[in-house]
Design a protein around this ligand. Structure first.
Ligand SMILES: Cc1cc2nc3c(=O)[nH]c(=O)nc-3n(C[C@H](O)[C@H](O)[C@H](O)COP(=O)(O)OP(=O)(O)OC[C@H]3O[C@@H](n4cnc5c(N)ncnc54)[C@H](O)[C@@H]3O)c2cc1C
Length: 323
């Protein structure tokens, strides 16, 4: 790993001062360092200055009828938070399945949301892929079994954060702080497709940090369902989070977001429309799941993910309907 300067910020002001005029990849914030230090050790990123923000707000508190989660909160503390468990089961299911206990003990909520893609070409210094300034995406003609089935490239990564998927299903927002003050961004507008931003994955600027996740009051029913190659120590092959607002036995409105299938968490309005006005049955859930994957365009080695994503959506809807 290349040597770097280290700043241990104790509050937001110090963090922003240390990140002032930061250039992408040169001066970077760090939560638990689980992802960042791996990238640095593999020479995918060689920062000159790392600004630790793990001592910023780590509290989870009620706010505006919902929840305000400090970005420095460890994933384990989110998993164990009684109010979050009761009100936001889709988020907690996703959080308690992240990696391993060691990863959840160190990884922060902000770092999880901002972690970089797991694409093995991006993560290998031998491959100068599109995302690193090269001229092609090696997944197109290479090993693409874990890559995107939505999005049409030109880079075919899948979004890696398990937490971002339910946050968008709940209609959450991110509080972002930077040199010009703080702003709140709809989580559904935060992540960017490769054709909007090839070298990053979100609207966040290098001199900004995510300080909080803001969740509105949840719908009455919500759930996450993830399908994994193995149950621990891995990212999902496909996932879905569902948040339902009910009117008696029928769905008034639904938000359905798929994970690990596209470069961003993939919201599926066509599937949401299938649920609106209906009571949930196995057949209705199956119809919505079919609608969710209707636009999938698999690569040479990942068509199997369509069925897995479909199953994840159907089971998330059924799990949510059971309350
Ligand atoms: C074996 C294994 C299995 C895993 N399985 C899963 C899984 O199933 N699901 C899943 O979601 N993740 C999984 N992970 C990833 C893991 O959860 C993340 O690496 C971890 O959550 C990152 O958190 P961190 O605080 O350590 O981030 P860091 O490594 O500190 O930061 C990650 C990135 O985010 C940036 N960053 C950090 N905090 C902020 C902030 N507040 N504002 C702006 N930018 C910020 C950093 O600059 C860096 O680029 C797995 C990891 C491993 C090793």
């Amino acid at each position: 790993m290349k040597a770097f300067a280290y700043v241990n910020a104790t509050n937001e002001k110090e963090a922003l001062a240390a990140l002032a005029k930061a250039e992408r990849g040169r001066t970077v914030p760090m939560g638990g360092g689980m992802d960042l230090l791996g990238l640095a050790k593999d020479y995918i990123l060689s920062p000159e200055k790392i600004v630790s923000i793990r001592n910023l707000d780590q509290t989870i508190a009620s706010a505006d009828g919902g929840l305000r989660i400090g970005a420095a909160t460890k994933i384990v503390d989110l998993v164990e938070h009684a109010q979050a468990r009761k009100l936001y089961p889709a988020l907690i299911t996703a959080a308690e399945d992240v990696g391993t206990p060691q990863i959840r003990n160190v990884g922060t909520v902000g770092g999880n949301i901002m972690q970089r893609p797991r694409c093995w070409y991006f993560r290998n210094e031998e491959f100068n892929c599109l995302k690193k300034g090269g001229s092609r995406c090696f997944a197109v003609e290479g090993e693409n079994q874990y890559h995107a089935i939505f999005g049409d490239g030109p880079c075919h990564i899948v979004h890696p954060s398990s937490l971002a998927v339910p946050v968008i299903a709940y209609g959450g927002r991110f509080r972002v702080a930077g040199p010009n003050g703080a702003r709140e961004i709809d989580a559904g507008q935060f992540f960017q497709m490769p054709n909007q931003n090839l070298y990053g994955e979100s609207v966040l600027q290098p001199d900004e940090i995510v300080t909080h996740v803001l969740l509105p009051a949840p719908g009455q029913r919500s759930a996450t369902y993830e399908v994994r190659f193995k149950q621990s120590h891995d990212w999902p092959l496909a996932a879905a989070s569902v948040n339902l607002v009910m009117s008696g036995p029928a769905v008034k409105s639904a938000r359905i977001v798929m994970g690990a299938v596209a470069p961003i968490p993939w919201r599926v309005p066509a599937a949401e429309r299938v649920l609106a006005g209906k009571a949930i049955t196995e057949a209705v859930a199956a119809e919505a799941a079919t609608a969710a994957v209707a636009g999938a365009r698999p690569m040479s080695g990942n068509a199997y993910k369509i069925q897995i994503a479909k199953t994840a959506v159907k089971r998330a809807i059924l799990a949510a309907s059971r309350g």
